[in-house]
Write a protein that binds this ligand. Sequence first.
Ligand SMILES: [Zn+2]
Length: 292
Amino acid sequence: MGLGDFFKKTFGKQVCALCGKECGVMHRTKVQGGEYVCSECARECSKHVRISEFTLDEVKGHIEYMRRQEKLYKECFENAKRETFPSPYDKQAISFADEIGMFAILDRDNYENKVNHELFRYDQVLSYERYVEKQKAAEEGKPDVFKESGVKIRLVGTRDHVEHDMKRSQMGLKVHPYIKREIKVVFHTRETDVDYTDNAVAHFDFIFGVHDDEHGLFSFGMSKKEKRDLMGTVAGVKTIIEAAKIAKEGEEALTEEKKTRIQENMNAMQNAQTGGLAVYSRRADAAEAKIN
Ligand SMILES: [Zn+2]
């Protein structure tokens, strides 16, 4: 290949493998396999993926996924009861919709001009933590100054997925189909009196039942976890009794009413096993079923 060809190939116009439009070097991404995707088509993709790591088929699948996400956002998330931290926000925020078991990252700037909103299921969250970044002071000898604070979220399927994560992924967690990197949600770019990252972390704790096995100072009796475990045990016994009856009386004995009761008992068992997360998984499944 001559030098002229090299420049033409590298800097010349190429055709987008998705929409067929010509795209210059500044307005395209080379995907795995050598085809190009233009920046207009890339606007349909998640902010949290790098399409240069995808094959063309993966990009196509991902865009389909993102279009469904936008529908889910418009039809199920926007009208749901939500808790947003920080609220109001001037950079980014996490907006929780417990009734569909999902959250969104709100972004004031949307500097990449993305067209589709994106939701994350609670059962896709592997870990979350508050972070604070500081930078060197302009003056020598002065202490480091505040740069930003926020929440770091890792989803199931993140590349550095380690062994203790695997244990959690057996507890009813789901692998995110596309996002492989840690997500940083910037809450504050100035030091503030009220740091909302704590509120967001507390809400994640609530979802994952982190404090459920603690007894409240004035609560006699059982903690939330103990209640859930007991209900799970009772449900297990009930299910076995129902199953034994059906085995004895034959399949005709399995009425709609019994089926519903067995399903309820199985849900209670699942809740006990997953630390309460299964409630949110079922809500997220129901929301997704509405869209598909
Ligand atoms: Zn295109």
